[in-house]
Write a protein that binds this ligand. Structure first.
Ligand code: ZN
Length: 164
């Protein structure tokens, strides 16, 4: 079990069901501590058959990714994608359809379900910000070292479908 104490009452967590170690139950108040994946969102912006990528400067430092972030607890997923994209690139985007969904297991402590949206730039000026140190558009042949395997899957799909 990853956690030992109840977040509600501080009581000791026990195994609720032997096959569900990620659902411990408090031995004092009965609270069941469900642990589910969190949701990540990424926005795909393409210009002249090149995809916008950002170079990371905190986790997975100096590797590249499709600009992304986590959905806040009380936030709509599409709004989260717009917010994260703006924070990291300075560009305001309109969110279009869902392009791909993957489970990300690159962080063993936190399973993330990633949603990649197609997006288009509405306004703003491209400038790396927040968790990114550089932003640029890349042709498929020039894709730099990626932080996340699933971004690679998405980029391969973009290539196969002639977006890149
Ligand atoms: Zn409790």
């Amino acid at each position: 079990m990853r956690y030992h104490f109840c977040p509600k009452c501080g009581g000791k967590l026990g195994v609720n069901h032997p096959k569900k170690i990620n659902q411990p139950k408090c031995t004092d108040c009965g609270f069941i501590f469900y642990q589910n994946p969190i949701v990540g969102v990424a926005a795909i912006v393409i210009k002249d058959k090149k995809v916008l990528l950002g170079k990371r400067n905190i986790s997975f430092k100096d590797k590249w990714c499709i600009p992304c972030g986590y959905v806040e607890y009380d936030e709509d997923v599409r709004f989260a994608a717009q917010r994260e994209f703006f924070e990291e690139t300075g560009l305001h985007v309109g969110i279009k359809q869902v392009y791909e969904v993957h489970s990300n297991f690159h962080n063993p402590a936190q399973h993330t379900v990633g949603i990649w949206f197609l997006a288009e730039v509405i306004a703003g000026e491209l400038k790396a910000n927040d968790d990114l140190s550089e932003v640029d558009y890349f042709a498929f042949e020039d894709i730099p070292e990626l932080a996340f395997e699933t971004d690679g899957l998405v980029i391969n799909k973009l290539k196969a479908e002639n977006f890149l």
